[in-house]
Ligand binder design. Structure first.
Ligand SMILES: [Zn+2]
Length: 122
């Protein structure tokens, strides 16, 4: 004797509902805030603040924190200023920027080992 399952007959003849697309559930994690990774703070030497005068700075070569030596050397601004003075008629005065420290770059060197530390541009 065969058993007829009414269950099979119902399934073959019933209309299946179209699948429901619910867009709100597609990206459930899209708007979640990302965790902020905290990087460990590394203690560093204070940055060298160089001016037109000998300044306290850390030597990159020997690492000593002490006053630098300053040498003045002409920069691009010095040459431009001399050219400007020359064009204005002061040919005899065009050497003034080369003699004026404020018109030149201050080159800082280590007073301990003589290594180059940095340049302050006026
Ligand atoms: Zn040094």
């Amino acid at each position: 004797m065969e058993k007829n399952f009414p269950y099979d007959r119902q399934q073959t003849h019933s209309l299946q509902a179209p699948p429901c697309y619910d867009n709100t559930q597609v990206y459930p994690n899209f708007n979640q805030p990302q965790p902020i990774l905290q990087q460990p703070q590394i203690m560093q030497a204070p940055p060298n603040v160089l001016g037109g005068v000998p300044s306290m700075a850390t030597c990159p070569s020997c690492g000593v924190w002490r006053q630098t030596k300053v040498e003045f050397e002409p920069s691009t601004k010095t040459h431009l200023l001399a050219l400007l003075i020359c064009m204005l008629g002061g040919i005899g005065c065009c050497c003034i920027p080369y003699c004026t420290e404020s018109c030149q770059s201050a080159k800082h060197t280590c007073s301990s080992c003589g290594a180059y530390v940095g340049t302050y541009k006026n």
